[in-house]
Design a protein around this ligand. Structure first.
Ligand SMILES: Cc1cc2nc3c(=O)[nH]c(=O)nc-3n(C[C@H](O)[C@H](O)[C@H](O)COP(=O)(O)O)c2cc1C
Ligand code: SF4
Ligand code: SF4
Length: 461
């Protein structure tokens, strides 16, 4: 059975799953219940400067039948007095010595303020400190949160102040509200942080109510930008994580990275590990399903690790990083085409329409008698009726014209009905970099490109 224990920059926890700093970690009583449910650690809801919250502070993006594909919040850091938070953290750590208790902090950009909060956190017996340079709303307007995280020089300066006094591990949490996530991460490395974490929430307006014309959520008829999180942000988080783990400076620094942003299932968790995370944080999924989610996360991850032969979390961490490539290094001769499994196909024709209107017009509708039907020639009123399904034309891909764009695969509603299969292209493997090196004119001039295509047999239609 896989060993889920981790040692993250010296912070030990029985599994890699920590609650992210957010509403599920607002109080000692809550985290106590979370630890009873099995969570390996918790990052306490950010403590620091005095704040007042508004009510009606979460918006959500529902899509189809999926509730909370993303959440948007205009909540601030902890609005409970700092003394109460510190007392509860002390009690929690005493009760749960084997769990990771990390405290998120955010104060004004003054060395004394940071020195003071770091000392107060250390006095609680907490295992680590997370620096919140990410909150994109409310605090950023006051010069904190993402106002710091977006400026690498500020990240470096404040982290240096923290490192002057900190004796427990310090995790620098990054904001995704920046063009190049690598720059603040490098600043963390330069300042001597012990670890990095990402991503905090993404600036967003989640919607406008078409009845009242107000933003959602609306606070007395007014609203504003808030932080976006949940399943919808996972691809952005994964890309930022991979960017850090493939950056020479960040990767060579050896700083461990705590990954978060949309983790809901064990499959999400495994993907974050494969792209370089060595601890995982979860917020929105817990706000949606509760602390019991931890059972599925641990069971699923552990079963998958057993099936794949991974003994420890460290064995999984970064295993897919060697697959991360730049476009210029991809094989331009690789050829895949779409294959439809006609036994599974329900003849909904979504693939046909997608290919016809948005791809390369290479799916034919073939009638039961073998004739190619004119587009939409069948009786649309029969759509979905079982008795009419045998008489409907079925989609057939013309291999020679398929460019392998994968649009039909993506729109098909039936699992495994369309497969992308590799076919020999008849061309030598070659990358854009290699073409540029061998004959730079090809990559700079359309006429030369045309000649090259003719020479190697690339037909564009
Ligand atoms: C309602 C809400 C409040 C949050 N409050 C904090 C906070 O106080 N400090 C912090 O560092 N991050 C805060 N976050 C960000 C989360 O810690 C996390 O970075 C983000 O939600 C991405 O993870 P997720 O997709 O699992 O939710 C908050 C997120 C939400 C949704
Ligand atoms: S992969 Fe693209 S080009 Fe090929 S059949 Fe599907 S939609 Fe058409
Ligand atoms: S989208 Fe899928 S199910 Fe629908 S017609 Fe195409 S292959 Fe069949």
């Amino acid at each position: 059975m896989a060993d889920l224990r981790i040692d993250f920059a010296g912070i030990k926890s029985p599994n890699p799953f920590w609650l992210a700093s957010a509403p599920p970690t607002n109080s000692g009583a809550q985290i106590h219940r979370a630890f009873e449910a099995g969570w390996g650690g918790a990052v306490w809801k950010t403590i620091g400067a005095p704040v007042l919250n508004v009510s009606n502070r979460y918006g959500a993006w529902h899509y189809g039948r999926q509730r909370m594909l993303a959440i948007n919040n205009i909540e601030l850091i902890s609005d409970r007095p700092i003394e109460i938070n510190l007392r509860e953290i002390t009690e929690l750590k005493r009760t749960w010595p084997d769990r990771a208790v990390i405290v998120s902090a955010m104060v004004e950009s003054k060395p004394e303020a940071w020195h003071d909060i770091v000392r107060q956190i250390e006095d609680t017996g907490a295992d680590g400190i997370e620096l919140n340079y990410g909150c994109p709303h409310g605090m950023s307007e006051r010069g904190m949160g993402s106002a710091i995280g977006q400026v690498p020089e500020y990240c470096e300066q404040i982290t240096r102040w923290v490192m002057e006094v900190a004796s427990i591990p310090v995790i620098m949490k990054l904001t995704p509200n920046i063009t190049n996530i690598v720059l603040p991460a490098r600043a963390g490395v330069a300042a001597g942080a012990n670890a990095l974490s990402l991503i905090n929430t993404i600036n967003s307006i989640v919607g406008v109510d078409l009845e009242t014309l107000e933003l959602t959520p609306s606070i007395g008829a007014k609203g504003g930008h808030g932080g976006y999180a949940g399943p919808a942000v996972k691809p952005i988080a994964l890309n930022m994580l991979a960017s850090l783990c493939t950056d020479e400076i960040v990767a060579n620094s050896g700083l461990p990275i705590s990954g978060m942003g949309g983790i809901t299932t064990w499959q999400d968790a495994a993907q974050f590990l494969l792209l370089g995370a060595s601890s995982l944080q979860v917020c929105t999924a817990v706000m949606h399903y509760g602390y019991r989610l931890i059972e599925d996360l641990c069971d699923g991850l552990s079963n998958w690790m057993d099936a794949k032969g991974f003994a420890t979390i460290a064995d999984v961490t970064g295993k897919s990083l060697n697959r991360v490539s730049e476009f210029k290094d991809l094989d331009l001769s690789y050829r895949a085409v779409a294959r439809i499994d006609h036994d599974k196909c329900i003849k909904c024709n979504l693939c046909y329409v997608a290919c016809n209107d948005s791809a390369h017009q290479c799916i034919d509708l073939v009638s039961p008698n073998g004739e190619i039907a004119a587009p939409m020639a069948y009786d649309v009123r029969s759509n979905g009726k079982q008795d009419a399904i045998h008489t409907r034309p079925q989609p057939v891909v013309r291999d020679e014209d398929c460019v392998g764009c994968r649009l039909c695969y993506n729109v098909c509603p039936v699992d495994d009905c369309i497969e992308m299969v590799e076919l020999p292209s008849g061309r030598e493997s070659v990358t854009w970099s290699e073409i540029s090196q061998q004959n730079s004119a090809v990559t700079e001039d359309w006429e030369e490109m045309k000649k090259y295509r003719e020479q190697v047999g690339i037909h564009i239609h």
